[in-house]
Ligand binder design. Structure first.
Ligand code: G1P
Length: 312
């Protein structure tokens, strides 16, 4: 059964646009953005890795746009000391807007303003880099009264339709539990990820356990957890009592594992592709992929590549 078939009869059965897609049961997104960006140094020494440009906008903006296209209207960004540029990017800048208007660029002024109006944005600070689980836990106070929240790791851009978070929210409306994004992964790279033990036929699997960064021999399947989640309040509760795991960090995977072993996690083998921007080589490839599809910039890029191939 395809993911689309599994969702048939659900809120998307009209097959409409992203806007018509949503009966939203998840209204808040948590974006962990406190990491040090060590995989992309020295570029990310002062520049937060979430702010590296991909096409014409920073990586984190792509993530927030995916959430908004998935019907989510509020985001809590968990940053770290010294990462003020993220906040600055989403803050209103009436002086810049006024200059752009005056110089005859109203469309650019509108786009600059639209960034600040994307969604309701809040920031919390993770004082120390104690791991992904700890970062997510830092947002807990902002989720009072919410049965579930979405989580998006901005290192990965989603390219496809419907948006990946929308696919997870959809599964959550059906299953009413925690939802993970799963992708089949070759043996050589499986140890970079959390890996799910599953039952069922897919594309929506019952997750029975999760293992963080296993060796290929230890991996319970080839289904790796990708950077999108819908987490119920139960996972946040479990996070509160997780002790430091792999790498001395508080692992989100450990809290999800506790809930999975109780039978309340599903995983969606999603439709579409993820584009990594967390390292120099992946960022270059992702920029090429994004620009390649752009009607204005794509032809110029292809022409330049042709020139380079001919030594120019
Ligand atoms: C994190 C999670 C891991 C997940 C991965 C997806 O790892 O801990 O379970 O598979 O994101 O990108 P990180 O990439 O932060 O080491």
């Amino acid at each position: 059964m395809t993911a689309a078939a599994r969702f048939e009869g659900g809120p998307d059965s009209a097959g409409g646009t992203v806007e018509s897609h949503r009966v939203t049961t998840v209204s808040t997104l948590v974006v962990p953005a406190g990491g040090l960006g060590t995989r992309f140094l020295p570029a990310t020494k002062a520049l937060p890795k979430e702010m590296v440009p991909v096409g014409d906008r920073p990586a984190i903006q792509w993530g927030l746009e995916e959430a908004v296209a998935s019907g989510i209207r509020r985001a809590v960004v968990v940053t770290a000391p010294g990462k003020d540029l993220i906040r600055a990017h989403f803050a209103p800048d009436p002086v810049l807007e006024e200059i752009l208007e005056r110089r005859g660029s109203p469309e650019l002024a509108r786009r600059v303003r639209a960034i600040t109006e994307l969604c309701d944005l809040e920031f919390v600070e993770q004082a120390e880099p104690l791991g992904l689980g700890h970062a997510v836990l830092c947002a807990r106070d902002r989720l009072e009264g919410e049965a579930a929240a979405a989580v998006l790791l901005p290192d990965d851009l989603f390219d496809g339709s419907p948006p990946l978070l929308a696919q997870l929210v959809e599964a959550h409306t059906w299953e009413g539990c925690t939802v993970l994004a799963l992708r089949r992964c070759p043996q050589e790279t499986i140890s970079r990820y959390g890996v799910a033990a599953v039952t069922g036929e897919g594309p929506v699997f019952t997750v029975t356990d999760v293992v963080e960064k296993p060796t290929p021999e230890e991996a319970p399947s080839d289904l790796a957890i990708m950077g999108r989640y819908v987490l119920t309040a139960e996972v946040f509760e479990a996070l509160g009592s997780v002790t430091p795991g792999a790498g001395g960090e508080i692992q989100l995977t450990d809290a999800i594992g506790a809930v999975a072993r109780a039978g309340r996690v599903v995983g969606v083998e999603f439709v579409g592709r993820l584009l990594d921007v967390g390292t120099l080589d992946s960022w270059l490839a992702t920029n090429a992929a994004i620009v390649w599809q752009d009607p204005e910039l794509g032809p110029a890029l292809r022409e330049r590549i042709r020139e380079l191939e001919q030594g120019g």
